[in-house]
Design a binder for this molecule. Structure first.
Ligand SMILES: [Zn+2]
Ligand SMILES: [Zn+2]
Length: 332
């Protein structure tokens, strides 16, 4: 698979190095991004927040925010830069790896504004400077440029693949505080899907063709009660539909609905980010093939207005009633 070459230079022993035989790029990505506060702090960072006071817009206590900013520095998504000595003041800048998360973020925005109707008026507009239009991102194949949806992609495990290496085994951090899903602008449904490593793993398994309750349990090696509660949430928000087996509850099946299938750009861009940023010697965790052109599927987001590929430095995020944030100086 001609997966992306890593363009980020970094010190040996980086947070993004993979151990041979250990958790693979997908498992590491789920452990890092499958966390509601990480996603929200990354969103604020990519929207221009640098100072502590910028991040304190989030409904989170100062003590918890301090801890989370420190852990994101440790995890390699933020770097702490001192901007004033007397008194000491430091800001938090997105690292190269963090800036490359923009396709995941705009895919989340797009899904929320299309499928979570009561929230659409709060979400920012996305403006493509290349064509001057407000746009919606379209997931396409970087090889043949065709718009691509989940059923267009074949997925099979790569050299570092397999269920046991792709599911984060242990929590990387204690749960400090839970996002109040009723707060505006916090992507409540995305958080239900992706803001927790188990939820994200279950959704990933559904996209990889897992249907039966017993198969989710066997592949993820998670307690039945945990899987049952997550599957129920997914049915409640309408991304999965349950088909009960008349005699055996462990044979109940869960199918992605159109709303669930539409989450695929978030999954595809997150997997692509994982493969591009986690460095190891074994090759990719997952090999994706575009059925139409039979080439390795590399996700590319294009503008629905001019059909050209989107780049970090050609898009602007325009909050409703707020100022423009230019997504700049990130690699294309
Ligand atoms: Zn293609
Ligand atoms: Zn455009």
């Amino acid at each position: 698979m001609a997966h992306r070459t890593v363009t980020v230079s970094r010190e040996p022993g980086s947070r993004f190095d993979l151990e041979a035989g250990g958790t693979n790029a997908i498992g590491r990505m789920l452990a890092l991004l499958g966390d509601e506060w990480t996603l929200l702090i990354v969103r604020e960072s990519l929207s221009g927040a640098t100072k502590f006071s910028d991040f304190s817009r989030l409904p989170i206590s100062n003590a918890v925010l301090t801890t989370r900013l420190q852990s994101l520095v440790r995890d390699g998504l933020l770097s702490r830069e001192v901007y004033q000595q007397q008194p000491l003041r430091a800001g938090y800048l997105p690292t190269a790896e963090c800036r490359q998360l923009w396709p995941v973020l705009i895919s989340i925005w797009q899904w929320e504004r299309t499928w979570v109707h009561d929230r659409s008026s709060e979400l920012p507009l996305m403006h493509h400077r290349s064509c001057g239009q407000d746009f919606a991102p379209v997931l396409t194949c970087a090889h043949c440029q065709a718009p691509s949806e989940a059923p267009d992609i074949d997925a099979r495990w790569g050299p570092s693949g397999g269920w046991s290496r792709s599911v984060p085994r242990a929590s990387t951090r204690k749960r400090l505080h839970t996002v109040d899903a009723g707060q505006p602008g916090l992507f409540p449904q995305t958080m239900a899907i992706f803001g927790n490593r188990w939820s994200a793993a279950i959704v990933g398994a559904a996209f990889l063709g897992t249907r039966r309750f017993s198969a989710f349990q066997a592949r993820l090696k998670a307690p039945a009660a945990l899987i049952a509660s997550r599957l129920k949430v997914f049915c409640d928000i309408g991304i999965l539909q349950a088909a009960a087996h008349p005699h055996r509850s462990d044979w109940s099946e869960y199918h992605l609905t159109p709303k669930g299938l539409a989450f695929f750009p978030v999954v595809a861009t997150a997997i692509d980010w994982a493969h591009a940023n986690y460095r190891g010697s074994e090759g990719p965790a997952l090999e994706l093939t575009h059925r139409r052109c039979r080439h390795a599927f590399v996700p590319q987001l294009t503008c629905d207005q001019c059909c050209r590929p989107l780049a970090a430095n050609s898009i602007e995020i325009v909050p409703r009633g707020g100022e423009v944030t230019q997504q700049s100086d990130a690699p294309g």
